[in-house]
Design a protein around this ligand. Structure first.
Ligand SMILES: [Zn+2]
Length: 261
């Protein structure tokens, strides 16, 4: 396959994955936080009930569920009740497509590129869910960790020994920060999901890149806090999601070969 063909195929695959991601980002937190009176159907999972408009509950036909294109053709509104469909949906699809295209640009066709694309999709889901719910579900962080170790069995991204030390060091470093912060201030500065996410990222990129990752994510975190304050979405001393910063910076360090940066 030519380079252009490979990038195009992966971009398209990413676009389809983005559509699935929208479903995961919306449904997974609801599935994990079920209560008796949450108003959801008894059988509520990633597949059932079929995707419907949250406003009028009209089932969305498959031809209105084409990634990106449907949103543009329907001009961001429900076909039946004209309720607005958030810009988040096409943006997630676009992000998944661009991330997958970038993986294909950096890596030759093969299982490493596919594993990196899958890791990119998991990271997008984690980023959005943490932004919305301050939650990094184990069902996403742990498979990301195993996948990283498996991919590095053959040293695809980094030698296996560096990956294992990366996973342990990633977990322990934030665990240390958590306890240090708790003892000094009496407040929780991080969540356990953050430790697991950094462990997973360490399993992918190896321990050597962890300092750059944490520094980059912290700078991104300062930017995110300022942005959220500006929009009035978080106040002083309130919890803010660190996962999106780790996910975004970590993604870049994982998929971009060291020679590029
Ligand atoms: Zn509707």
């Amino acid at each position: 396959m030519t380079d252009v063909g490979w990038v195009a195929v992966m971009t398209l695959l990413g676009l389809l994955a983005g559509s699935v991601l929208n479903c995961v980002i919306w449904r997974l937190p609801l599935m994990l936080n079920r209560t008796e009176n949450d108003g959801l159907p008894a059988r509520f999972n990633l597949f059932l009930p079929r995707s419907c408009c949250p406003q009028c509950l009209h089932t969305i036909p498959f031809y209105h569920n084409v990634p990106l294109l449907s949103w543009l053709l329907l001009r961001g509104r429900c076909h039946r009740c004209r309720a607005s469909i958030g810009l988040r949906y096409p943006l997630t699809e676009l992000a998944a497509a661009l991330c997958s295209g970038w993986v294909a640009w950096c890596w030759p066709p093969g299982e490493t590129a596919l594993a990196l694309a899958l890791a990119s999709w998991i990271l997008i889901a984690l980023l959005c869910i943490d932004l919305d719910h301050l939650l990094l579900p184990d069902v996403l962080t742990l498979p990301l960790l195993w996948l990283g170790l498996l991919a590095n069995l053959s040293g695809a991204v980094t030698p296996l020994a560096d990956a294992v030390i990366g996973a342990v060091a990633g977990y322990l470093s934030l665990w240390g920060v958590y306890w240090g912060f708790l003892l000094l201030t009496g407040r929780e500065g991080l969540g356990y999901g953050d430790f697991k996410l950094l462990a997973a990222l360490g399993a992918w990129c190896g321990w050597q890149r962890l300092p750059v990752l944490v520094l980059g994510a912290s700078l991104a975190g300062i930017g995110l806090i300022m942005l959220l304050r500006l929009k009035g979405k978080t106040g002083r001393g309130e919890a803010f999601p660190f996962g999106p910063c780790l996910a975004a910076v970590g993604w870049w360090l994982i998929v971009t070969p060291a020679a590029t940066w």
